[in-house]
Design a protein around this ligand. Structure first.
Ligand SMILES: Nc1ncnc2c1ncn2[C@@H]1O[C@H](COP(=O)(O)OP(=O)(O)OP(=O)(O)O)[C@@H](O)[C@H]1O
Ligand SMILES: [Mg+2]
Length: 224
């Protein structure tokens, strides 16, 4: 098997609340290899979002070590970490998180702007990504002019436009009806078949069943 793209070694994340400490993640060790499709499942409060924030470099472990694409995250300053994140990871959120009053095309082109890619090339790539998601005829639509499922497809286009090795998705089907949710899951399976590594958070067993591997969290620990 290929090198792990994600490697957590004895990672803990403890929240300090006055006299109370909450071990939201408690000594988690986990490898995800390139090309895997992994679902992280667990009940409310089990540490899923805490884990996602750490995997996405939006938060840092209290203890333990996290390597992303071979780089130890704890060795990087905030700027270097932001660069690794934008180069390596595409994010998809439950609530789409599209820019309001901004066309689908400009929403999808935005991550390329941060990478310093010039305007014509940004438009070319964003148009291609939206075309792949069946939205070629919705380039000029703003989020309020799109259905929920279409907005989530725009969000997936935005996540893949930079060709990231890893897609992190936090409850990506949470706001969708079952048909639109199934469409988004089919998309993830396609992206995975084309070589993308996908890590998906869900509390929905049916959604999790679409992944190649499930990791069950309980009270901040990986259940056996
Ligand atoms: N900022 C914080 N400060 C203190 N405690 C926190 C904080 N964020 C989360 N927690 C606690 O850490 C534990 C894990 O929370 P987390 O949000 O990771 O759970 P989750 O599995 O994502 O739950 P849900 O399915 O409800 O979203 C919970 O007990 C929660 O109360
Ligand atoms: Mg959560």
């Amino acid at each position: 098997m290929s090198a792990p793209i994600i490697s957590l070694a004895h990672v803990s994340r403890i929240y300090e609340m006055g006299h109370v400490t909450v071990p939201a993640l408690d000594d988690v060790s986990l490898d995800v290899h390139e090309g895997e499709f992994v679902a992280i499942v667990g009940p409310s409060g089990s540490g899923k979002s805490t884990m996602m924030n750490i995997l996405g470099c939006l938060d840092r472990p209290t203890a333990g070590s996290y390597s992303l694409a071979g780089t130890a995250v704890e060795s990087l300053g905030d700027d270097a970490l932001a660069r690794v994140r934008s180069r390596t990871i595409g994010f998809v959120f439950q609530s789409y998180n599209l820019l309001p009053r901004t066309t689908a095309l400009d929403n999808v082109a935005t991550p390329l702007l941060y990478q310093g890619i010039r305007g014509a090339e940004r438009r070319r790539r964003a148009t291609a990504a939206l075309g792949r998601l069946g939205l070629a005829d919705r380039l000029d639509h703003e989020p309020t002019e799109l259905s929920g499922g279409q907005q989530q497809r725009v969000a997936v286009a935005r996540a893949i436009v930079t060709e990231p090795a890893l897609i992190l998705a936090d409850e990506p089907t949470g706001n969708l009806d079952s048909h639109a949710g199934a469409e988004v899951m089919a998309l993830f399976r396609e992206l995975n078949a084309a070589g993308r590594t996908i890590v998906l958070i869900t509390h929905d067993a049916e959604v999790a069943a679409a992944a190649g591997r499930q990791i069950h969290l309980r009270d901040g620990r990986v259940a056996a």
